[in-house]
Write a protein that binds this ligand. Structure first.
Ligand SMILES: *Cc1c(COP(=O)(O)O)cnc(C)c1O
Length: 424
């Protein structure tokens, strides 16, 4: 493809106006929205309003008058529209890690009651480490075994020992997307519950939790939902489990009537019991602005249209790189149906300095170290996330061209690109 052809795709793109919602720094091609989404233009003014008026002037009255108390549910209802959940089924609270602890605890308690002989949590070896750490510690505490397998081995691991299948829908490293419907059905047929992490899915790929038969789901607010650094996360449990989805962090905000101040805990009905402490109002206000940028696509075809563009962007980038950078290997799936919204490349030795050299050129992707403990995940990765809300086809084309120039010129060899930072 030529650069002019990429520009023509942008001219014909019905989603192009959505980019106007964002405050993108000039000269930057941002391919890291899968790690920290871009700042929406509306966020600064909204947060300022919450700080100056709602907090500064109205003070504690704002819990009622400004609707602070309902923020976890209100923003939750908006996210629900993006993941195939119903209103009142999803709340925003805490972090992804903490929410995983809650839903996995709930799933284990249900499994313990229904299928006490099943003692395994099954997950993928290359799942995001925090997910594996939480599962490992819960498994230890509750007398379960965490069994890690490769993606292709998952169906076989759904046997009479499996209590819970815990997966991240789109793999953070490879960008590979699981068949949520197929695996949820296979798990249910095998008698196991499913916990899905939507960190790289919500706002990036269409998700239909009800149709796909998931039991529990969690997800991240600061990636494709553009909620800002450390934005609170979300949590969903299928309403068919409403009478049973106990979770252990029984804080007062998850109580049926927090302002009765009774000594005994009575869980709120439904998903609100997954709240624990006081909501992070400033962060929730920022997250709502971020979620609104995704909902703005609803009149233009919603997640289906965003997905179409995302696939076209990742395809364009992957094809350009393959045509011009022979030293790089495509790690993310070629097959559209298996690819999330990112492109991952590998290089035997120089992945880290190449990413640093690109960042110096204003092309921001990231580096993910290989897991040397296992051959299947050993390779270092150059990771590029494509957010269809604000990326143009010409950005994908230019990013591939920068990558070619970094490799051909050898500029990645400069010492400053070979010094490791704390956050990669
Ligand atoms: C980003 C991400 C997280 C982040 O968890 P935090 O609690 O927000 O730090 C968790 N799981 C997966 C799969 C992620 O991609």
């Amino acid at each position: 493809m030529t650069r002019d052809e990429a520009l023509a795709l942008d001219a014909a793109d019905p989603l192009a106006p959505l980019r106007e919602q964002f405050s993108l720094p000039p000269g930057v091609i941002y391919l890291d929205g899968n790690s920290l989404g871009v700042l929406p233009k509306a966020t600064a003014a909204r947060v300022q309003q919450v700080v100056q008026q709602e907090w500064g002037v109205d003070l504690i009255r704002s819990w009622n008058s400004a609707g602070w108390m309902d923020l976890p549910q209100r923003v939750g209802d908006k996210i629900a529209r993006l993941v195939g959940a119903g209103a009142g089924e999803l709340v925003v609270a805490d972090s992804t890690s903490v929410n995983l602890f809650k839903v996995l605890s709930a799933a284990l308690s249900m499994a313990q009651a229904d299928t006490p002989k099943r003692r395994r949590i099954v997950s993928e070896r290359s799942n995001f480490p925090t997910d594996l750490y939480i599962a490992e510690s819960l498994a230890r505490e509750r007398g379960y075994e965490l069994v890690l397998v490769e993606a292709d081995e998952l169906p076989a691991a759904l046997d009479e020992h499996c209590a819970v299948l815990m997966l991240t829908h789109v793999n953070y490293r490879s960008g590979r997307m699981h068949d949520m419907a197929g695996l949820s059905r296979a798990a249910a047929d095998a008698g196991a519950l499913t916990v899905w992490d939507l960190a790289h899915s919500a706002g990036a790929v269409p998700v239909d939790l009800h149709t796909d038969g998931a039991d529990f789901a969690i997800g991240c607010g600061y990636k494709y939902l553009n909620g800002g650094p450390g934005a609170p996360a979300f949590v969903w449990a299928h309403p068919r489990h409403a009478e049973r989805f106990w979770q252990p962090l029984a804080g007062w905000m998850g109580h049926a009537a927090p302002f009765e101040f009774t000594p005994g805990y009575r869980p709120a009905a439904g998903i609100s019991r997954y709240l624990c402490g006081t909501p992070a109002v400033l962060s929730l206000a920022a997250l709502e602005c971020g979620v609104d940028t995704v909902l703005a696509a609803e009149s233009l075809g919603g997640m289906t249209a965003l997905r179409r563009k995302s696939l076209a962007l990742t395809r364009l980038f992957a094809e350009q790189v393959q045509a011009t950078c022979p030293g790089l290997t495509l790690v993310s799936p070629r097959d559209d149906a298996q690819r999330g919204s990112q492109v991952c490349l590998s290089h035997a030795e120089i992945a880290y300095p190449v990413v640093q050299a690109l960042i110096a050129r204003g092309v921001i992707g990231d580096f993910r170290a290989g897991d040397t403990s296992h051959p299947a995940g050993a390779v270092d990765i150059l990771r590029f996330g494509f957010t269809p809300l604000y990326l143009r086809f010409v950005d994908a084309w230019d990013a591939a061209e920068h990558l070619r120039q970094v490799l051909d010129s050898g500029e990645w060899q400069r010492p400053e690109f070979n010094r490791r930072h704390a956050v990669t």
